[in-house]
Ligand binder design. Structure first.
Ligand code: AOF
Ligand code: ZN
Length: 402
């Protein structure tokens, strides 16, 4: 039975329960919302590629024949077959002929790692293709749709568009804007403190909120923190408590103060840590870290801090479509000051600290800047904590143009 599934708290995604045993014979769709339900299933399929396909988008596909879903597939790994090709290869030719294909992204039209899906679809005699959105990739953008229409295939567009945009927001945003989608996340007390003064460690959010934090982590390609956070908290920055692939871990460390014995370096999963440091950092220190399998990138400084524009550009070049900024205050302030953020995920926990550090530092002064206007996407209570998810109007405008 179709269910309403809430993913990451902010998206209501109509989907077929993925735990339900898939029985193509019995899956008869209701009239009227047939396409939305089929697209819900395609989106659930697509999401199975989370953590495995980036920087490619997550794509799922479904075949409908005689009003029944007869097959489903998804893009399984970066460089592998696209969802449509996976699906077409898995079914007999006579089933595919004259069928309807439902897929959450415009089928591609380029010769990349695999031949164009749009040609394959046409060759196999599919008569109707249903998509959520255009592919913003300039190699495809509209050409896949045109290729299908030129071959007499009816293309229905815009089904579950919002959900599809949300699922691949990093991919869409990075394609259009040329930088990763950036989410700033922090937990604060009800008196607005994110930490004690000095180096004392203190946990603000509750243990159930922690699971949500790890869910946020697995929906991003990279987690970024400043060196102060590493020195104070000695974090692992991986996905725990839930299943999921850990993102790339990024540390901003202009003086390369990171201790080789920190957990981030000791527990390093191969090639999963990048440290950005200044061009003034001595070669010896850098070499020591490289020997430990850590990637170190030297970048320019602006106003005494590392250039976040270069950080964002280098990460995008490394295939990172989305970044979760996890603090501390200096780093959060810098991303806001440099206009490099899209979403805010703020946890408010019923604790009172009195003296302590705020999310933005004192020198920061941006009263009522138009740039910072946001829309509340969701508000949820997790045990005793409240989570606010905001998105900038600027970012919403960009996504709406797709
Ligand atoms: C589709 N179906 O399942 C995916 C698509 O490097 P390649 O050759 O795999 O091409 C990657 C691009 O193809 C990617 O940037 C996006 O535009 C599109 N991804 N297209 O028809 C799929 N994953
Ligand atoms: Zn393709």
């Amino acid at each position: 039975m179709p269910t309403v599934k809430v993913r990451m708290g902010e998206v209501i995604l109509i989907s077929i329960d993925p735990c339900q045993k898939f029985n193509p014979e019995k899956t008869i769709l209701w009239r009227g919302s047939v396409l939305r339900k089929a697209m819900g299933l395609a989106l659930s399929e697509a999401e199975k590629g989370l953590g495995k396909v980036s920087p490619n988008p997550m794509v799922g596909a479904v075949i409908i024949k005689d009003k029944k879903i007869v097959g489903k597939a998804f893009h399984k790994r970066f460089g592998g077959l696209h969802a449509e090709a996976e699906l077409i290869e898995s079914l007999p030719e006579k089933i595919i002929k004259n069928a309807t294909l439902v897929v959450n992204l415009e089928p591609c039209s380029h010769y990349g790692k695999t031949p164009p899906c749009s040609l394959l679809i046409a060759d196999k005699g599919i008569k109707k293709v249903v998509i959520s959105t255009k592919d913003p990739n300039p190699l495809v953008s509209g050409k896949g749709i045109r290729c299908l229409e030129d071959r007499g295939i009816h293309v229905v567009k815009g089904i579950c568009r919002e959900e599809a945009l949300e699922l691949n927001r990093g991919f869409f945003f990075a394609q259009i804007k040329g930088r990763p989608f950036i989410t700033i996340k922090y937990a604060q007390t009800i008196d607005g403190r994110i930490a004690f003064p000095g180096k004392r460690r203190y946990r603000i959010s509750n243990s159930i909120s922690r699971i949500y934090t790890h869910t946020l982590r697995k929906y991003h390609d990279a987690i970024l923190v400043g060196i102060e956070t590493v020195l104070t908290d000695d974090p692992l920055l991986n996905v725990r408590y839930i299943d999921g692939v850990s993102p790339l871990k990024v540390v901003l460390d202009s003086g390369l103060r990171i201790p080789p014995e920190s957990r981030l370096i000791r527990n390093e999963e191969k090639g999963k840590v990048i440290i950005f440091t200044s061009k003034r950092t001595g070669k010896r220190k850098i070499e020591e870290l490289i020997k430990l399998n850590i990637r170190v990138e030297q970048i320019d400084e602006q106003n005494g801090k590392l250039s976040l524009f270069q950080v964002a550009a280098k990460l995008k070049k490394s295939g990172i479509n989305s970044i979760l900024v996890e603090g501390g205050a200096r780093v959060i302030t810098s991303f806001i000051e440099d206009d490099l953020y899209d979403d805010l995920e703020i946890c408010i926990s019923p604790k009172i600290l009195g003296a302590g550090i705020r999310a933005t530092t004192d020198h920061f002064n941006a009263p009522l800047r138009d740039e910072n206007q946001m829309r509340l996407l969701t508000m949820k209570s997790i045990s005793n904590d409240v989570w606010l998810h905001y998105r900038r109007i600027k970012t919403i405008d960009i996504m709406e143009k797709i």
